[in-house]
Design a binder for this molecule. Structure first.
Ligand code: NOJ
Length: 574
């Protein structure tokens, strides 16, 4: 039977089909490694669960909530930085890479978390910030102490030019990327905040120090790393000015193209070294890269020419689509699923730097329906999905209304055009209790306010409502685990010209059913017709596995199907 399916499939691929599909190329990465099928859940520790009433989340809180995560159905957590830090960039400014910030607990708490996570079958992925350190890191304190300090060359120090900075490079967070250090009279380079000096990755000692850090955490059993700002590791040693673009940004600076500070070829040498290091550990640890690659070719390079760099480069092209558009999503998903490196994709729609998907795609009327649709789009393609805490309950972005309430420094510099990232970092909503939704004790002041919507959007209330966003996520996650097509089915887009309904098939080549996913991205009911004979689907009747609109019959006609506004249908076909 399996052979028959294979023959059918080969015939189909050879003959092509009536303009109804795009078939993803086979993968070069062999083996059924865990990270291909894992669902990764991003925990922002500051906002997840507070156990000591100081209004900040902590490691014990994460441990306490592991059973929730297990029941949700996720496989791994990525925890944003918990290392000692002045917290200018809420942990992305690291003062000590081999310790835990007392705000979040102790190394003992971390070891307990690792133990408990292992018992629950949940892997732990650490955030690794390699591009820069805190200006309070002893490495930088030494480096800035004199021009002749042995660690001087660990950072990027240059002479000023014409009474100003060495060139026109700009910080991502506004204004010049160079800061003059009066003590030694030179400028240091920082792609991000002034308090985040960039390391010099051309210095072998820096590389060694950072690889030692990674070994430290791998020895503790972590399952891999999410590498921060990876495309920014190197800058042009000749300090060419970046090209100026028209207009100004939120900080009032001229727009520039980060041509000489992004994606320099040397990044790939580091990624290869890093991958070798990670591969020398058992259990297939994973490297996930954070880099907003501008197009599929740059993204594809992240995998390495021989799949010897990053296993999972995060896809920002998709995450950055700011409208619900079947045409845009189809084009981008198709591109990534067919990427030239044949690498395994990684998707997300929300994270701690990006407004939450509930309101980014929501139209103000159907947000819950749309949240369910986005959940299916995240969880059902042939990829590793990355969820952000609270998206499973429809948490919304709660942007500060007054500049004096802003905690994220970029929101102060950019106010009012850029209000910073506090909105997507508010505390997790566990219960209906006001004012703190079970995140911290009712009398504590959480570091960011809990919005009033937490009364209805929380895990306690939603777990009792069969139609909640939370229960939809859970059902999707069960399907992901139990449907072989969702585990190993190929990716085929269906009805490629439909401007409203994004449909894709997880084409199962084994002896079993394929799964069709239909997402109506419009505010009108849509009538769709599916002819899947080219995919070997003979029956005109599909089995309704899950839908978001209360369709109660078990079967559905494939040639005449009406999907309500923003409806999601997941259908088994044979
Ligand atoms: C990306 C992180 O996600 C973001 O939060 C941080 O501000 C920058 N990198 C700098 O580390």
């Amino acid at each position: 039977m399996r052979q028959l399916w294979l023959l059918l499939y080969l015939a189909m691929v050879t003959l092509g089909s009536a303009a109804a599909q795009t078939q993803a190329a086979p993968l070069k990465t062999n083996g059924d490694v865990w990270w291909k099928h894992a669902v990764i859940y991003e925990v922002y520790p500051r906002s997840f669960q507070d156990t000591n009433g100081d209004g900040l989340g902590d490691i014990k809180g994460i441990t306490q909530r592991l059973s929730y995560l297990k029941s949700l159905g996720i496989d791994a957590i990525w925890i944003t930085p918990m290392y000692p830090s002045p917290q200018v960039d809420f942990g992305y400014d690291i003062a000590d890479y081999e310790a835990i910030d007392p705000q979040y607990g102790s190394m003992g708490d971390f070891d307990n978390l690792m133990k408990a996570a292992k018992q629950q079958g949940i892997r732990v992925i650490m955030d690794m910030v390699m591009n820069h350190t805190s200006d309070q890191n002893p490495w930088f304190l030494e480096s800035r102490s004199s021009r002749t300090n042995p660690k001087r060359d660990w950072y990027i120090w240059r002479e000023g030019k014409d009474g100003g900075p060495p060139n026109n490079w700009q910080s991502w967070f506004g204004h010049s990327a160079w800061t003059l250090d009066p003590k030694t009279g030179q400028y240091y380079y920082h792609y991000f905040y002034v308090q985040q000096p960039d390391l010099n990755w051309r210095n072998p000692e820096v590389r060694k120090a950072m690889y030692d850090v990674m070994r430290f955490w791998l020895d503790k059993g972590v399952a891999g790393f999410r590498i921060d700002a990876v495309s920014r590791l190197f800058e042009d040693p000749n300090l060419h000015d970046d090209p100026i673009l028209p207009g100004t940004n939120a900080f009032g600076d001229p727009n520039i193209e980060h041509k000489y500070t992004d994606n320099l070829p040397e990044v790939h040498d580091v990624l290869k070294e890093l991958r070798k290091l990670v591969d020398s550990y058992p259990g297939n640890p994973v490297v996930i890269s954070e880099a907003d690659e501008p197009n599929i070719l740059e993204l594809s390079k992240m995998y390495g020419t021989n799949n010897d760099e990053v296993q999972l480069p995060m896809d920002f092209q998709i995450a950055d689509v700011n409208e619900l558009s079947a045409t845009k999503f189809r084009k981008l998903f198709d591109e990534v699923e067919n990427n030239p490196a044949h690498g395994w994709p990684e998707y997300f729609f929300s994270n701690h730097d990006q407004a939450r998907q509930w309101d980014r795609y929501g139209d103000g009327k159907h947000n819950d329906q749309i949240a369910k649709l986005m959940a299916a789009l995240l969880l059902l393609p042939r990829a590793t999905p990355q969820m952000y805490y609270g998206e499973e309950i429809g948490m919304r972005t709660t942007v500060p209304t007054r500049v004096e309430d802003v905690r994220d420094p970029v929101g102060v510099t950019g106010w009012p055009k850029d209000k910073g990232r506090d909105g997507e970092r508010t505390p997790m909503q566990w219960t209906a209790a006001r004012p703190n939704a079970g995140f911290t004790s009712p009398t504590a002041k959480p570091w960011l306010p809990v919005p009033p919507s937490s009364v209805t959007y929380n895990t306690e209330v939603e777990s009792k409502d069969p139609n909640s966003i939370l229960n939809f996520y859970k059902q999707l996650l069960v399907l992901r685990r139990t449907e072989p097509a969702l585990k190993s089915g190929a990716w085929v887009t269906i009805n490629p010209d439909d401007p409203n309904v994004f449909s894709f098939l997880r084409h199962y080549l084994g002896n079993g059913r394929s799964v069709l996913v239909a997402l109506n991205m419009s505010d009108k009911p849509q009538m769709v017709t599916y002819d899947l004979t080219a995919q070997g689907v003979q029956s005109g009747i599909g089995l309704m596995l899950l839908n978001s609109y209360g369709y109660e019959q078990k079967t559905i006609r494939m040639d005449h199907m009406t999907i309500p506004p923003f409806g999601t249908a997941v259908i088994g076909v044979k």
